[in-house]
Write a protein that binds this ligand. Structure first.
Ligand SMILES: *Cc1c(COP(=O)(O)O)cnc(C)c1O
Length: 478
């Protein structure tokens, strides 16, 4: 029987418990006691759902993978789910065809189903409230994923001034009855510490709290799928022979997306180098190059906001693997990070990690240039996050085929696109996506069009200090 344990301790839980709890009680993240092995083979030539089913079954036995995945990807605007498109010399994996136009949809369509199934099995009759602190993309993807899921409510807190008009509109117009969004007078950190405060002092005995953050193993597993299907497509189109290695360039923030690639490699997919692309918030880039993690810098606001992050939670899982599961060592590093704001790893851990990763930090100016030159040369508009990965691919200069992961639709970041491509008159407004569509002569994804005409269902904006009361009132009214 496959079990999970914390990166900071030895106590074991079932896959269902790992998903339901999200995070281990000792503050660590859940990892499987044995990494499932799934070497690349013809099975990976199946549909996205078939491949996902195989991976889900290997990682999360106990769940009915077929039932969990039934119809999940129908909300994507293409039957391929995550198409691989050739753009000049690169293979771009478009992960943004889901209901909120960012890659987080791939996993956040699945996680609510997993949580519901785990709840029914482990704590039947218990209501679950999912709290989300979001700086943009996670909120809308999570609310969409939980919308209409029985027995679960989801509430996203966002900084009322810190997100784009398009991102806000996506959240405040989200239908579903069981989901809501609420603005905070403060920044993302205020929202995040408010949520942590509520977790620390649970509000009601009959409502359990959970999180949809990427620390949940149920969010990582669905992401492994596209590393396999992209590889399978390269084999099918004759770009590579089965067994040849392929590099992947990944725009990285919390280290969840790229960790899924690392897991795929160590499950048996012939992955070469994983290229980690960050923006000016480069703590990860520095760590991957010199083995020192240091979060003692101010957070810069960049044109790729979903990568504006100082502490990349999922790195803890990689550290655990790189030190052969020495949870005392991982606990020490994490305690030092919390206490002093930095840590350094041993030479052997650094060497292990260097076998799989290279990294690059990409400035806003470089990203804008990249968007412009790719658009001019190939007529392909990529978003600022994808541009970082593209720049990473060029900087790494590998001689293997490289898949560039495209994590958001360019229509989610119309202002940055306008800046890169020299379009005038596109400001931070709800109809900015439509304006960009006109300028590019391309259709706007359904999920981002007509946002200004949708009714605002969740108008609330509160003081950060009132978050506890807000949640209490919501629980009382349930
Ligand atoms: C969340 C996000 C990322 C970063 O992914 P991680 O798993 O946090 O590393 C990159 N690009 C976009 C558009 C995102 O929404």
């Amino acid at each position: 029987m496959m079990m999970y344990q914390s990166t900071r301790g030895a106590a074991q839980v079932s896959p269902m418990q790992a998903v339901y709890e999200g995070m281990a009680p000792d503050g660590g993240l859940y990892v499987p006691t044995h990494l499932p092995q799934l070497p690349y083979g013809d099975w990976a030539q199946g549909t996205f759902v078939q491949v996902a089913q195989r991976i889900l079954s290997a990682w999360l036995p106990g769940f009915d993978a077929a039932a969990v995945l039934q119809g999940v990807y129908d909300a994507f605007d293409t039957p391929q789910v995550v198409p691989l498109v050739q753009v000049g010399p690169a293979h771009v994996l478009e992960l943004f065809h889901g209901p909120t136009a960012a890659f987080k949809d791939v996993a956040l369509c699945v996680l609510p189903r997993l949580l519901k199934a785990a709840g029914q099995q482990l704590h039947p009759g218990t209501r679950l409230l999912v709290l989300i602190a979001t700086s943009g993309d996670t909120g809308s993807a999570a609310l969409h994923g939980f919308s209409g899921v029985e027995g679960i409510r989801a509430l996203a807190f966002y900084p009322s001034k810190g997100i784009s008009a398009v991102q806000r509109a996506q959240m405040v117009t989200m239908p579903g009855g069981n989901v809501a969004a609420c603005g905070i007078q403060g920044n993302f950190d205020d929202a995040q510490s408010g949520v942590k405060r509520i977790f620390a002092a649970p509000i009601s005995a009959d409502v359990r709290l959970s999180s949809a953050n990427s620390i949940n193993i149920g969010r990582l597993v669905p992401q492994i799928t596209y590393y396999y299907t992209a590889y399978a497509q390269l084999v099918r189109q004759g770009t590579i022979r089965a067994g040849e290695r392929v590099d992947y360039a990944v725009p990285t923030g919390n280290f969840g997306d790229i960790l899924a690639g690392w897991l795929a490699k160590h499950m048996g997919l012939p992955v070469g180098t994983l290229i980690c692309a960050t923006n000016a918030n480069d703590a990860l880039d520095v760590f991957l190059r010199i083995g020192i993690y240091d979060r003692r810098k101010p957070l810069a606001r960049t044109l790729s906001p979903s990568m504006d992050i100082l502490v990349s939670s999922n790195l803890e899982r990689l550290l655990w693997y790189a030190c052969d599961g020495d949870s005392a060592y991982v606990s020490d590093l994490m305690a030092q990070l919390a206490r002093e704001g930095h840590y350094a790893v041993s030479a052997s851990v650094r060497e292990r990690i260097a076998q799989d990763f290279v990294s690059v930090s990409v400035s806003d100016a470089q990203g804008l240039m990249q968007i412009q030159s790719v658009y001019r040369q190939h007529g392909y508009a990529m978003d600022p996050h994808t541009a970082a990965a593209w720049a990473g691919r060029e900087a790494a200069q590998g001689n293997r085929p490289c898949v560039v992961l495209s994590t958001a639709s360019p229509f989610k970041f119309p202002q940055a696109m306008a800046q890169a491509l020299g379009f005038a008159g596109i400001d931070d407004t709800v109809d900015a996506a439509e304006r960009l569509g006109q300028a590019l002569g391309q259709p706007v994804p359904v999920s981002l069009s007509g946002l200004g005409q949708r009714p605002v269902l969740h108008p609330d904006v509160i003081e950060a200090g009132d978050m506890d009361d807000y949640v209490r009132r919501m629980v009382d009214a349930w």
